[in-house]
Structure formats: structure tokens, C-alpha cells
Design a protein around this ligand. Structure first.
Ligand SMILES: C[S@@+](CC[C@H](N)C(=O)[O-])C[C@H]1O[C@@H](n2cnc3c(N)ncnc32)[C@H](O)[C@@H]1O
Length: 279
């Protein structure tokens, strides 16, 4: 699981893929100029990729490990679930369901950062005629999610290991019906705001992949991030706030309680939902 709240600056972080310093003379890392916020020039020679996540090593339980290795769970895992997700060749999410009962044309929801996947799987099980793709970078979460999908024999779930931003850039325009981002890392310190998922640059990428009339649904338990999101999203041309400018949406019935939501509530936080519709 990536950082949250007071562990933004966790010194025990074991992975440095989060901010990679790359020599600018090597292979281009990104051909898309619209993602300027993700790439910070640090000197003439170096550029730094600013990710929205911080990969950390945490315990993988036996069921998660089984799901990442046993063939009966492989139908859920789109790419290699170990290490940094290789997204090469994943350029269409609908075709992943071509041979499933729903087929490729069913409504498609993509959840970014499902964590351990409990609420994601609950939503998929409750809405079997809709297809669900979950994207995560946290291996134990990917394993646990695949395990739950397999033990419930779900046919409408696929799981991708990797950076959702990179994935969305590879997809066609007007591809997804709903994108959901529940309790994203809040990146509370000012110097980390550039890592927040909801930013004008990242929303350009998100909105491009949404179908016209499609939804971007987010929720947070961090008040500062909640008002930051409204400001960014209300000001974003091409999206309309379902609740009207400046307003939050009532928590919809279809969104189950997530692990980080529960943690926030236990700490006395509020919860703010936002739904934006692509014009
Ligand atoms: C604070 S946790 C919330 C997990 C879950 N949604 C919940 O509410 O319990 C945020 C999750 O988003 C994932 N994440 C952050 N940025 C991501 C990205 N660009 N692509 C995929 N996953 C990402 C992190 O690995 C982490 O597991």
C-alpha cells in the first residue's frame, strides 16, 4: 500500500521507483507533452518523474501469494503482477472482456488505486453486467483482489499492475464509462502537492479516456484535498460537477465503505464525494 496521511515522508520506504532520476540522454520516457506536471526538469542532464504513489514493501499473505502464482487466478491478472507493472501492449480494456459473458461492449468502470480491493470486488459482485478493471501498483493488494475475484468466481473483473496515468495515456479516447478514485493518497505537505492525482494535467489524461457522458467519481477524507479537488475539477473545461459548481455529491449507495475511508472515519475525518460528468 502506498503512503497515506502522516506517513507521507515515511523514511522506511524501501522503493525508490517513486521519483526516478533519469539521464535525459537515454530513451524518451514520455512523448506526451500534456503531462508536463509529471516530469520535472531538475538540471540540464536530469529529469524526474513525479508519481502519485510511493511503492512500499509490505507483507503478502498466503492467499494473495497463491492468487499471484496459481493458474486458476491468472484470468484476472492482465500483466505480470510482480514488480513494476509492465503496461506494454495494453491499449484497449474492452477487448479484455471479449470472451466473457458480458462481452466487450458492456459498461466499463476503471478503479484507480483499489488498495486491497475489498470495496472494488464488492462493487463488481453487486453489478455483474458491468465490467470492472482495477489498476494498482501494490502487489499484496493485487494478489488479495485477484484471490477475492477468483473465490467469488467473478467474470467481470480484470486487474492491472501499473501506473494508472501511464495506462490511461495508452488507451483510446472515449473508452471508459466510469473512472473511480477512492481515497487517493492525500499528499498533505505543500512540496508534495504535485503528486496529488487530481491535478489539471492528470485530469486531461483522465478526461480524454472517458466517454462523453462518462463519470469521474472521487472521494476523500482529507478536507484540504476535498476543496483542492473541487477547485481543480470545477475549473476544468470539459467536466461538469453533478452536484453543481462548488458542491459535493451525497455519498452514492453504490459506493461501499473502503478501508481508508474507515480509517479516516475512525480518526474523526469527514468524507467528501465528487462526481463529474464529461460534457
Ligand atoms: C490511500 S490508498 C486507498 C486505497 C483504497 N482506494 C481505499 O480507499 O482503501 C491509495 C492507493 O492508490 C494507489 N495508487 C496511487 N497512485 C496510483 C497510480 N497512479 N496508479 C495505480 N495505483 C495508484 C496506491 O498504491 C494505494 O494503494
Amino acid at each position: 500500500m502506498s503512503q497515506h496521511s502522516d506517513i507521507n515522508d515515511n523514511v522506511n520506504s524501501t522503493d525508490t521507483t517513486d521519483e526516478q532520476t533519469l539521464n535525459s540522454t537515454s530513451e524518451p520516457i514520455n512523448n506526451d507533452n500534456s503531462t508536463s506536471q509529471e516530469i520535472e526538469p531538475t538540471s540540464d542532464k536530469h529529469i524526474r518523474i513525479v508519481n502519485t504513489f510511493m511503492k512500499r514493501r509490505t507483507h503478502m499473505n498466503k492467499n494473495a501469494e497463491l492468487a499471484l502464482t496459481a493458474p486458476e487466478f491468472s484470468e484476472y491478472l492482465v500483466n505480470n503482477s510482480f514488480g513494476d507493472g509492465d503496461l506494454t501492449g495494453i491499449d484497449n480494456l474492452r477487448t479484455l472482456f471479449a470472451d466473457s459473458p458480458n462481452g466487450a461492449d458492456a459498461p466499463l468502470t476503471v478503479e484507480i488505486g483499489f488498495g486491497l480491493g475489498d470495496s472494488f470486488i464488492e462493487m463488481a459482485a453487486a453489478d455483474p453486467t458491468r465490467n470492472f478493471v482495477g489498476v494498482e501498483v501494490h502487489e499484496p493488494g493485487i494478489g488479495k483482489c485477484a484471490y477475492m475475484a477468483g473465490t467469488q468466481d467473478l467474470s467481470n473483473v480484470k486487474i492491472i499492475n501499473g501506473d494508472a496515468i501511464q495506462l490511461l495515456k495508452q488507451l483510446p479516447e472515449n473508452h471508459i464509462d466510469r473512472i473511480q478514485l477512492y481515497f487517493p493518497d492525500p499528499w498533505q505537505k505543500k512540496r508534495h502537492y504535485k503528486r496529488r492525482f487530481v491535478s489539471p494535467e492528470r485530469m486531461t489524461i483522465v478526461t480524454r479516456s472517458l466517454k462523453q457522458g462518462g463519470w469521474f467519481h472521487t472521494a476523500t477524507d482529507w478536507e484540504h484535498y476535498a476543496f483542492w479537488m473541487v477547485e481543480v475539477l470545477d475549473g476544468f473545461v470539459g467536466l461538469t460537477n453533478k452536484a453543481g459548481k462548488g458542491n459535493f455529491t451525497e455519498r452514492p449507495d453504490f459506493r461501499p465503505m473502503t478501508k481508508f475511508e474507515r480509517r479516516g472515519l475512525d480518526r474523526g475525518h469527514g468524507v467528501w464525494d465528487l462526481i463529474y460528468i464529461k460534457d
